[in-house]
Design a protein around this ligand. Structure first.
Ligand SMILES: NC(=O)c1ccc[n+]([C@@H]2O[C@H](COP(=O)([O-])OP(=O)(O)OC[C@H]3O[C@@H](n4cnc5c(N)ncnc54)[C@H](O)[C@@H]3O)[C@@H](O)[C@H]2O)c1
Length: 256
């Protein structure tokens, strides 16, 4: 088992890539705290893990709320008995408006995409330090590596997450706390259509997605498991000498 007896916390662990990673981490021997705004779905994932003989529980939190960011991680640490692995995975496509953007829309997207990472990692490292080190994983996007005409605000937030990763890896390296960031390309989760043109019809979104897939060297979107496997590698000791890196998991999209 690659994560035997490790204590892991995953935000947005109730769906998509976070769900895939919660199941995978548990299968590899970790106890998993699933932090998500959708409590019902998070409990379902925890129950699935327990039914397979693993250890997991759900914590409901709205990570656009600063207090809940800190409180949920503190609660997870208390119930797990510490933290070895923390994946700050929550994020949202948000608005695509630039001109005359409603400030509430700006705050909403940035509070989840950037501030929640800052606050939850700031809480998690307190507990990881007590365990003598561990692994922090962040989630950016290909839009954190190259610009996105469809999602400029999202892209700005994800570039910030990549910068945060690099800075935190410098800050916490001496304490053996590694910090890396995964940059997924288009991934087959409920969130995917949200990137394909806000207000687009299903057919228009499918057409846009087809165009994007045409630009991916491996000629397909990612499966949630493709991202979960990368997270597993970064969580495990197999990546013991890797910190401060942004790993594209994008079928080659950003290679050009
Ligand atoms: N799907 C893609 O194509 C893609 C590509 C690149 C990056 N990403 C990033 O991956 C992450 C998650 O994406 P996914 O595709 O697995 O999504 P998903 O839609 O499958 O799951 C998102 C989860 O986040 C939870 N959530 C939403 N708002 C929340 C909040 N305020 N507080 C706590 N939890 C909240 C939802 O309940 C859900 O369980 C995001 O950071 C996203 O930016 C996604």
């Amino acid at each position: 088992m690659r994560l035997k007896d490790k204590l892991a916390v995953i935000t947005a662990g109730a769906s998509g890539m976070g769900r895939a990673a919660s199941l995978r981490f548990a299968k590899e021997g970790a106890a998993v705290a699933i932090v998500d705004i959708n409590e019902t779905a998070a409990i379902e994932v925890a129950n699935e893990i327990k039914a397979a003989g693993g250890a997991a529980f759900a914590i409901r939190a709205d990570l656009t709320n600063a207090q809940e960011c800190r409180g949920s991680i503190a609660e997870a640490a208390q119930r797990l008995g510490g933290i070895d692995i923390f994946w700050a995975h929550a994020g949202v496509p948000g608005t695509d408006v630039v001109e005359d953007i409603d400030l509430a829309d700006y705050e909403f997207a940035m509070s989840l995409n950037v501030r929640s990472c800052y606050l939850t990692v700031g809480e998690a490292v307190k507990y990881i330090r007590k365990r003598g080190g561990g692994s922090v994983i962040l989630t950016a996007s290909i839009s954190g590596i190259v610009g996105s005409q469809l999602s400029p605000l999202y892209s700005a937030g994800k570039f910030a997450v990549v910068g945060l990763c690099k800075s935190l890896s410098l800050r916490y390296g001496p304490e053996q706390i590694r910090v890396n960031v995964i940059c997924p390309g288009l991934t087959d989760t409920p969130m995917l259509p949200g990137f394909m043109g806000r207000g687009a019809t299903a057919e228009q979104a499918a057409e846009t997605q087809k165009k994007f897939v045409g630009m991916i060297p491996l000629a397909r979107v990612a499966k949630p498991e493709d991202i979960a496997n990368t997270a597993l590698f970064l969580a495990s000791d197999e990546s013991a000498y890797i910190t401060g890196v942004a790993i594209p998991v994008d079928g080659g999209f950003t290679a050009k």
